[in-house]
Write a protein that binds this ligand. Structure first.
Ligand SMILES: *Cc1c(COP(=O)(O)O)cnc(C)c1O
Ligand SMILES: [Zn+2]
Length: 399
């Protein structure tokens, strides 16, 4: 590892980068790798490069192990002039993360996390997740040949288990409080030498930085006015913010975009605290939303996101399931099939444009975080049409 440290996002206590400290032992807030203040983008061909290689200056790794990645990232940024016209803004760009190896942005953080685990000599990895992160860790664990533990809740149905089980990890249904499992797994991991790459651990956040890096490159370093991120644990949003901050520190951009933290109304711990001016987040009792990928009732990076939102006068929004379903349909109208959570940014922007918060001069990037085939139950919420016809009448029918 390069010479740098982990630092607590709250009390700024310093921790060794060569150890695994998922949380601060003083305030229990998340840690992060110290911001890179010097660096440039490596030249090269993104068909053959990996994200960790292209942005190596911004990672604390000394040399990159390439054989363990699945070429995550380098996802398209798609301009939609029709969405921009419809919402009355200057430009809308869709960062399509559904094109990742396991169909969500999680692969970026998984890759960075495994890189760190290997540098530290770990032979076992794990995560706590029932969805995209579980599939991502299981896939990358398989590719890297590491013993891989996936802890899921006891009641997970087979249609969600199987897309994880296919990679053949040690898949364990755990009875008991699922919320506690995040902290329990980190403790067990420290004792037993298992590197848990949970939702907002420092190196998962490092991986998410590359979303910001790519957006900067794709827009020719013209910083958008807003970036809208569907937020659950807060790990991805922290990474995206950190990416923009590092590019600014390194002189690659001159400002950072305003951030919109988008949540589902049925599980909006960060939005609730932000809009009620609370100092810290509170657990959402009985979370209920169709956007299961963002259904964390007590986001482990929630307080840190809250601090950032307040310090920068940024925005948080909560959208209803109805708004989410409508946005999912509208995204499909752009040729992009995201899962409900991935449609939350579009729903959020529609709300903010309606309220006049977002203006006609604004350029907006929406993070479409994961693919729609991951959650086919959402089909039932759409009025999907199909016609029937006999072959003899087909020509007449199609006229
Ligand atoms: C994990 C996930 C999110 C939320 O990301 P956090 O880092 O937990 O805030 C949003 N959308 C999709 C599709 C996800 O898989
Ligand atoms: Zn601390």
């Amino acid at each position: 590892m390069k010479k740098t440290d982990l630092v607590c996002t709250h009390c700024e206590k310093i921790f060794l980068i060569t150890e695994v400290y998922p949380r601060c032992d003083i305030c229990n807030e998340p840690l992060e790798v110290k911001k890179a203040a010097k660096g440039r983008i490596k030249e090269g061909n993104t068909f053959t490069q990996t994200i960790l290689e292209r942005y190596e200056d911004f990672f604390p790794f000394k040399g990159i192990e390439e054989d363990i990645c699945l070429h995550e990232g380098f996802t398209p940024l798609i301009n939609s002039s029709s969405l921009a016209a419809e919402l009355g803004v200057k430009e809308i760009h869709l960062k399509n993360e559904t094109g990742n190896p396991t169909w969500s942005f999680k692969d970026r953080g998984t890759s960075a996390g495994i890189q760190h685990a290997l540098k530290l000599g770990y032979k076992k990895i794990g995560t706590v997740s029932s969805g995209n992160m579980a599939a991502s860790i299981a896939a990358y664990g398989a590719k890297a040949g590491l013993k891989t533990f996936i802890l899921v809740s006891a009641d997970l149905p087979p249609e969600k288990l199987n897309p994880i089980a296919i990679y053949n990890p040690a898949l364990i249904r755990v009875q008991g409080d699922y919320g506690n499992l995040y902290y329990e797994s980190l403790k067990i991991g420290q004792k037993q030498g298992i590197y848990f790459i949970n939702s907002d651990v420092p190196f998962r956040v490092e991986g998410s930085k590359t979303i910001a890096f790519e957006i900067c490159e794709q827009l020719g370093f013209a910083v958008p006015d807003y970036v809208v991120v569907p937020t659950s644990s807060g790990g991805n949003l922290r990474g995206i913010i950190k990416g923009f901050e590092e590019f600014r520190l390194c002189g690659l951009i001159d400002k950072i975009p305003r951030i919109i933290c988008a949540q589902a109304r049925g599980c909006a711990a960060i939005y609730n605290a932000h809009s009620n001016n609370h100092e810290t987040i509170s657990r959402v009792e009985n979370p209920d939303t169709i956007a299961h990928a963002i259904e964390n009732p007590l986001p482990p990076s929630g307080n840190e996101i809250l601090r950032k939102l307040r310090a920068n006068d940024w925005i948080s929004v909560a959208v209803t399931d109805e708004e989410i379903i409508r946005a999912q349909k509208r995204l499909a109208g752009e040729g992009i099939f995201g899962q409900p959570a991935a449609a939350v940014p579009l729903a959020a922007v529609r709300q903010l444009a309606g309220n006049g918060v977002i203006k006609s001069r604004d350029t907006i990037v929406l993070i479409v975080t994961g693919g729609g085939l991951k959650y086919t139950a959402a089909f039932e919420r759409h009025d999907l049409k199909v016609a029937d016809c006999r072959i003899e009448e087909l020509s007449e029918f199609m006229r």
